[in-house]
Design a protein around this ligand. Structure first.
Ligand code: DAH
Length: 330
C-alpha cells in the first residue's frame, strides 16, 4: 500500500515537471513536493508514526529515496531552464523595472539660464568664445598691456604651448569674446556671452578657481551711461525683486571709461556682483570701430555670486562640492 503511495506520487511529480516552462512554476512545484512546510514529502514523513514499527524503516527509506529523486530532477530541470533561460526571464513582465535616475540641471546652470532669458527678452543675442584663450584677446586687446597692474588680479593657468605671437591661457573673464565679436561683426551690436572662466584663486566662500560669468556688450550710435544704468537696473529688478537694493560704485577697468561696479544687498551686506562701464575708445581702436561714430557699454556679471544671493547660499563652495544633499534642493 505504501509502495502505491510512493509510486503515484512519483508519477504525479513527473507529469507536473514535464509541463513546467518557467522559473516561477518550477518554484511552485518545488514547494509542492519538497517544500519544508507543506511539501508532500514532509506530509509522508508525518505519517510515519501511524505505521507499524517493523515497516517504519523501509517506508522511511523509500521516502528518502523519493525525496532525493525529486531533488535531483528539480536540480537538473533548473539547470536546463537556466541554459535557455534568458528569453524566459525577459518574458516575466511582473518583475519590477529598473529605476532610471534622470538627474536635474545644476543650480548654477539654472541661474545662468534665468539670466540669459531676461537678456533675450530685452533683445540681446548670444555669442560664444573659447575657454583656452590667447594672451592677446584676454589682455592686450582689452587695453591691458603686459606689466599692467590689472593683470595681478587675473592670474591664471597657462597652457604649456606658445606660438610666435601668443601665449595660451585659460581665460580669466568673458571679455575677450567682446573683441572676437567686434572683429567679426559690424555694429550695431547687442550681445551677451555666457561662459566659464578661470583664475588662480584659492577656494573660499566667495572665490573659486573656476566660475561663471555673463558678459554683455552694446555698441551703437548715441549709446550713453544712462542706457547702461537703465539696462542693468531693469535686469536686476527682473532677476531679484522689484525692491532689491542696488548700488553703482565708481571703479576702474582698463577696457571701460568711465567704469562702475554694482553691488546688491545681501544679509545686511553689499555683495559685488558685476562690473560695467562705457567701452574705452582704445578698445574700439583695437577692433577697427570708429569711436567718433560709435559708443557702447559693457558689463560682466558673476553668475556664482548671483546664485549665492538668490539662494542665500553661505558659501560658493557648495556649488562645486557635488554634495547631492545640497544640490537636490533645487
Ligand atoms: N571682465 C571683468 C572681470 O572679470 C568684468 C567686467 C567689468 C566686464 C567691466 C565688463 C566690464 O564688460 O565693462 O573682472
Amino acid at each position: 500500500m505504501h509502495d502505491e503511495v510512493i509510486d503515484s506520487l512519483k508519477k504525479e511529480f513527473i507529469e507536473k515537471l514535464n509541463k513546467i516552462k518557467d522559473n516561477p512554476s518550477l518554484l511552485a512545484l518545488k514547494g509542492e513536493f519538497v517544500g519544508r512546510k507543506r511539501g508532500k514529502i514532509n506530509e509522508l514523513f508525518k505519517q510515519m508514526g501511524k505505521i507499524p514499527a517493523e515497516k517504519r524503516k523501509i517506508f522511511g527509506q523509500a521516502i528518502n529515496e523519493l525525496k532525493s529523486f525529486f531533488e535531483q530532477e528539480l536540480k537538473q530541470f533548473e539547470r536546463n531552464l537556466k541554459i535557455g533561460s534568458l528569453s524566459q526571464k525577459e518574458e516575466d513582465w511582473t518583475l519590477p523595472g529598473y529605476k532610471i535616475d534622470i538627474g536635474s540641471k545644476h543650480l548654477l546652470l539654472q541661474v545662468m539660464d534665468e539670466v540669459i532669458d531676461i537678456f533675450l527678452k530685452m533683445g540681446y543675442h548670444i555669442e560664444d568664445g573659447p575657454e583656452v584663450e590667447t594672451d592677446y584677446y584676454n589682455f592686450t586687446a582689452l587695453n591691458i598691456p603686459e606689466e599692467h597692474p590689472a593683470r595681478d588680479e587675473h592670474d591664471t593657468f597657462y597652457i604649456d604651448y606658445e606660438d610666435r605671437d601668443n601665449r595660451y591661457l585659460l581665460r580669466t573673464h568673458t571679455s575677450p569674446v567682446q573683441i572676437r565679436t567686434m572683429l567679426k561683426k559690424k555694429p550695431p551690436l547687442k550681445i551677451i556671452i555666457p561662459g566659464k572662466v578661470f583664475r588662480k584663486d584659492e577656494p573660499d566662500d566667495t572665490h573659486s578657481p573656476v566660475f561663471h560669468q555673463l558678459e554683455g556688450l552694446v555698441v551703437g550710435k548715441k549709446i550713453s551711461m544712462a542706457d547702461l544704468k537703465g539696462t542693468l537696473t531693469t535686469f536686476l529688478k527682473a532677476l531679484f525683486k522689484e525692491d532689491v537694493q542696488v548700488r553703482f560704485r565708481p571703479s576702474f577697468f582698463p577696457f571701460t571709461e568711465p567704469s562702475a561696479e554694482v553691488d546688491v544687498m545681501m544679509n545686511g551686506e553689499w555683495l559685488e556682483i558685476l562690473g560695467c562701464g562705457m567701452v574705452d575708445p582704445a578698445v574700439f581702436e583695437n577692433v577697427g570701430i570708429d569711436s567718433e561714430e560709435y559708443t557702447g557699454f559693457a558689463f560682466g556679471l558673476g553668475i556664482d555670486r548671483i546664485a549665492m544671493v538668490k539662494y542665500k547660499a553661505r558659501s560658493l563652495r557648495l556649488f562645486y562640492e557635488n554634495d547631492l544633499r545640497f544640490l537636490r534642493q533645487f
